[in-house]
Design a protein around this ligand. Sequence first.
Ligand SMILES: NC(=O)c1ccc[n+]([C@@H]2O[C@H](COP(=O)([O-])OP(=O)(O)OC[C@H]3O[C@@H](n4cnc5c(N)ncnc54)[C@H](O)[C@@H]3O)[C@@H](O)[C@H]2O)c1
Ligand SMILES: [Fe+2]
Length: 402
Amino acid sequence: MIPHPIQVFAFKQLQFGMKVAAKILDFRQPELFTGPGSSLQLCDHIVGTGVTKLLLVSDEFLLKIGMLAPMIDRLESGGVAVSLYTGVLPDPAIEQVEAGLAVLKENGCAAVLAVGGGSSIDAAKMIAARARNPHSVALMGGLMRVIIPPLPLYAVPTTAGTGSEATIGAVISDPANSRKFVVMDPKLVPQAAALDGALMTGLPAPGTIATGMDALTHSIEAYLSVNATEKTDAEALAATKLIMENLPEVVKNGNNLEARQRMAIAAYKAGVAITTAGIGWVHSISHNFGALYHLPHGYLNAIILPRVLDLYRPVHQARLADLARVSGIEGTDEAALADAFIAKVRALNVEFGIPTQLDKLQVSDIPQIVERAMDETHWNYAVPVYMDKAETESMVRDMLPV
Ligand SMILES: NC(=O)c1ccc[n+]([C@@H]2O[C@H](COP(=O)([O-])OP(=O)(O)OC[C@H]3O[C@@H](n4cnc5c(N)ncnc54)[C@H](O)[C@@H]3O)[C@@H](O)[C@H]2O)c1
Ligand SMILES: [Fe+2]
C-alpha cells in the first residue's frame, strides 16, 4: 500500500523523533571477539555463561566442508550439548525459522549460535525470538515488534557482508506472497559475536564480491541517511575506507587472511552504522528483486547503488565528497569529488563483472516492485530523497534488460 500524503507527513514527524532518539540512545553492541581463531574464543565464552543446551543454526554446505566441527567440539568439551539445525537457505524463509524452532524445542535448547552468512544469522535471530514470543514471524515484521527478549543469541559471520552480527535487523522471505520483509528491533542484537577472518578465506570470488558490495552499500546508505550521527558517520567512513582498500584484494586473492580480517571488521562497522542510521532505497528495491528473482542480495544492491547515488547527488554533494576522500580519491573541488565517487562505484561494478541491467527483471513485475519498495522505504527508512511512484518506476525500469 502506497502511503497517503498525510501518512507520509506523520512518518516524517516520527522520523524526526527517531533522529533525536538516534542521537540520545546508544544501541547495544555485541561483546566482540576478533581475529583468526576468535570463533573458538566465542565458544569458550558461551561455555562460561553456564548454558547446557544450545541450538547451532547454519547451512548444509558449511556443515559439509567441516566448518562447524571445531566449534561443536569446543562447546561439547566444555559441557554444552549442541543440537544442529542446518536447513537455512539463502534469503531464509519463515518455514525455515519454524523448522529450526521445532529442533530447539525438541531438545530444550536455551541459547542459539548462528554460524554462517546473513541468512543463517537472520534465521537464528528469528528462531531465538520465536522461542520466547507467541506471535508469528510475520507479525514481528516492521519496527519494534519483538515484544519479549529473544533467547541468548551468539553469531559467527562467515561472510563479510550483511553485518547482521551487529544489527537490529533480520530479513525473512515469505515465498507464499513473493516478498521479503524486515524485522527491526534492538532486542535482535546478539549478546556476543566473533569476527574470524580465517573462516572467510574459502569464500569464492562471486560470493566475496556480492557480500562485499552489500557491506559497501550499508556504509554508504548509513552515511547518506537523514538519521546519521557523529558515531555512525565515523563507523560508515571507516568501513568505506576498509572496503575500498581490501575488497579488490580479497576478490583477487581470497587467501589473504589480513585483508579478509579487515573486511570482517568493515562489514561489522557498516552494520553498527546502519543499526542507528538505517538503510534506504537500494535495499528496499533489492529486497523486492530478491523475493522474485532469488539472486544474491549484495549483487542486486550493486546493480541498484549507482542509480540511487545519482538520485542523491544534488542533495549530498559534500557527503559524497567525504566518501570520495576516504576512498583514496584526491582533489579539492567538492563537486568533482562527488562525481568521482559515483564513478568509482560504477568502475568497481565493471571490475567485478556486475552488469548495469538486471536480466531477470520482467515488465509485468514492475508495479508490484514499485509499490512494495515505496511502502518499505516510506515507512521504515530515513532517506534524504523520497521518490514518488513515477520516479520509483522510472528507476526500476532503467534496470530492464536492453
Ligand atoms: N540482518 C541484516 O542486518 C541484514 C543486512 C543485509 C542483508 N541481510 C540478508 O542477509 C542475507 C544474505 O546473506 P549473505 O550475503 O551473507 O549470504 P548467505 O548467508 O545467503 O550465504 C550465501 C552462500 O554463501 C555460502 N557461504 C557462506 N559463508 C561461506 C564461506 N565462508 N565459505 C564458503 N561459502 C560460504 C553459504 O553456504 C550460502 O550458500 C539476505 O537474506 C539479506 O537480505 C541481512
Ligand atoms: Fe544489505
